[in-house]
Structures are given as C-alpha cells and as structure tokens.
Design a protein around this ligand. Sequence first.
Ligand code: ATP
Ligand code: MG
Length: 413
Amino acid sequence: SNPDAAEAIRIISVLRERGFVAYLAGGCVRDALLGKPPKDFDVATNATPEAVREVFGKKNTLAFGASFGVIGVLPPRNAAMPAKTAVSATEVATFRSDGEYSDGRRPDSVHYGDAHADALRRDFTINGLFYDPLTRSIIDYVDGRADLDRRLLRTIGSPDQRFGEDRLRMLRAIRFSTTLNFTIDDETFAAITVHADDITDVSGERIGVEMRKVMTSPQAINGLQRLVDSGLARNVMPELLHANMEQLSSLLDHLPERSFARSLACVALSSQASVIDTCSSAWRLSVEETRQAKAALDKHDAIVNADELVWSRLQPILIDRDVDVIADVAQAVVQSQRRGAAGIHRVRDALAWDPQKLNPPMLLTGDDLRKAGYEAGPKFRVFLDALRVAQLDGEITTVDEAWRLIERLNNEI
Ligand code: ATP
Ligand code: MG
C-alpha cells in the first residue's frame, strides 16, 4: 500500500532475479514490527555498489555514499510524469563489516560481508533486523525480536566496545529509548555512564540532530532525565544539571504543541536562560529557532499576565512574528502553575481577530507630520509612540483627535 515500501520490494525482487541476496534492513523493519509507519525503507544486499549500478543502470542510480557502500536507486520513470517531478531514491547498502575505529567516530575501513556480519556492525539489537518481503520472514541474528517485545534498547555485542568505537551511539541510545519509549538495558546504560565524557568527540551538528528528536518527542522529559542520569548532560546540555526537572516535566506536558524552540524555551525557564545560546551555537540551530526560543523566554510573561495589562502593552506581543511560540509557552506556564486562565483566553481571542482589528493602521504617519511642518528628529519617535499608545488604548479614535494630541505634546516637550 505504501509506494516507498512497494519500490523497495521491487528493488529487492530485481536483485533476487539476478542472483543476489537482498532484504529490507534496520529502522523500517523495527518500525513495521512496532506498528509504526517507517520513515524510509532501506535495502541491504550482498551486491557490491558497482553491481547495484550495473543492475539498475547508471542513469537510474545515485552514487550517494559509494565509498561506504550505499547507492541510491531511483524509481522507474513514468512517461506520464512531468520531467521535473521530485522522486526520492531508495538507499541500497551493501552488506559490510566495519574495520577498526580509531577516532571514535567512523571506521578506518569497511569490508563487504554477508548479512550476518552486516547485522553485527549495527548499533542496537532492535536496529539489526532484516525482513525478506518475498518469504515474509524476519531474519534475526541479534535477538532483536525479543528486545522489541520487551521494549528494551541494548547494543549488539559489548556496549563498552560499541560506545568506544562510535560515541554518537550513546546519544542514539538516549534518542531511541525516548522516541520509542523503551527502557535502556542496564549494562548498556552503565557503559554510557563510563564513556559519557567522550561525547565531546562528536560534532555539535550531529549531537543537535539527535537532541532535536529527543526534545520534540512526546516523552522528551524521559530523554532529558536520562541525559542527566547518564552524565551526557555534562557536555551536551550542562544547564540541565541545574534544572528543576519537575517543573520542566510539567511545562513540557502542558505545551499545546511540541517543537524544538518551544521545548528549548521550557528548558531555559526551568534552568538557565544561557541554555538557548549554548545550544544554538553548539548545535548550529537556525536563526529562526534561536529567535523563537528567546522570544518565548523573554516575552511569555506579558501573555501570562495579559488580563492585567493595558492593551497598548499587550498588543505589540500579539503582532510579534513569534507570537504562536510565545503564547504556547505562556499557556504551559499558566497551566503548570495552575494560574488563572483569563489572560490566555484574552490572548487566544485576540489572535483570532481580523488583522485590521488586531493591528489597526496608524491615524497619522511620520509623513503626515512632516507635511504639516514638523521637523523630523528625536521628538518624532516620541510623538508617534504616544499616538500609537493613545490609539490602541482607545483614547483617540479620529485623525482630528490625533492632531490635537500632537499639538499638545509639541507644546509640552
Ligand atoms: P530513523 O527512523 O530515525 O531514521 P533508523 O534506525 O533508520 O531510525 P538511521 O540513522 O537512519 O536510523 O540508520 C539506519 C540504520 O543504520 C540503523 O537502524 C542502524 O542499523 C544503522 N546505524 C545507523 N547509525 C549507526 C551507528 N552510529 N552505528 C551503528 N549502526 C548504525
Ligand atoms: Mg532511517
């Protein structure tokens, strides 16, 4: 039923006809067994990258990661399809076994091998399964089925060795246990505590990729707690060591929508504001996400207390480009502290207004003042600001009243 699955099965069938072994591999097998729709369907085969390109034709393949044995195979072109239709390639990886790891990040060499060897080089037992779509059978060299049933995350082989080889796996363990809501096996967890400080060998971007998945998960708080308990937080998110985890848990629970920026703002509220800058630069967050997290931290108070503010103080926040994020964080604060919801309701109502009502045009502009003979200068800003406040608060409603206010200010200042 899924076109990506059908395409992967087509590729497997073609490889089989040519005498190769080919299976679905890794995350898609895991997700399908968990009853979750897989993100992508990866194929693993004993055909070498060159053989894969030969079987499907050079023009139908992409040499993605040919050096580590991955070829992208494109779906057959359909005559009815416009020339520029975006098509996604299926990743076809040659079975391999990884050589020594001397830098804690990537193997020094890769050797092509068989399915069994390929299962053993994978990180966790639940990620080491193959599925043969032609016989509809699971091929399990690593007891991954049993761990899936027990909802247990466990490395393939000695966790001490596997985390020593590739430090990123420690954070992947936190990530998968969080998003899948699995327990981490005791021995696996103990090895993370031993190697935790070596996470500094991993680039900030790759850490950010995993942390994004942790922080946008419905179970984010479990992941953040494991980050603290394992010692990884010391280097990955030091502010978390000083966080009020109960408060953070409650804030995250009450977020109407989980996004990276929203979650990060909640961490900042429960620990230290500096966490936003720390993560933003270490993980290379986008300008937008950083701005959103900061806006939520700095401006949510106005929305929390919206029922006590005059309109001219509240309105600028409601036309802020990040108001959705600010309002969601404010709502989490209000609900987690069981404070009155009148302010939030006032804000939610106003956000549904017609834009003209929420942000009416100025009664007079700087141009109008210039034309009337007022000299541009510092006073101008004061005049215009006073005009805006008076207009928003309903003290003036007509252009005539606006001019009278300007004249009065001009005499006073
Ligand atoms: P997701 O749904 O997040 O994509 P996934 O299991 O597909 O999860 P990927 O990062 O796409 O994860 O990797 C695909 C597969 O490659 C994994 O299932 C695992 O078998 C293997 N793998 C990925 N990264 C590592 C690693 N650092 N060490 C060992 N094996 C890995
Ligand atoms: Mg994947």
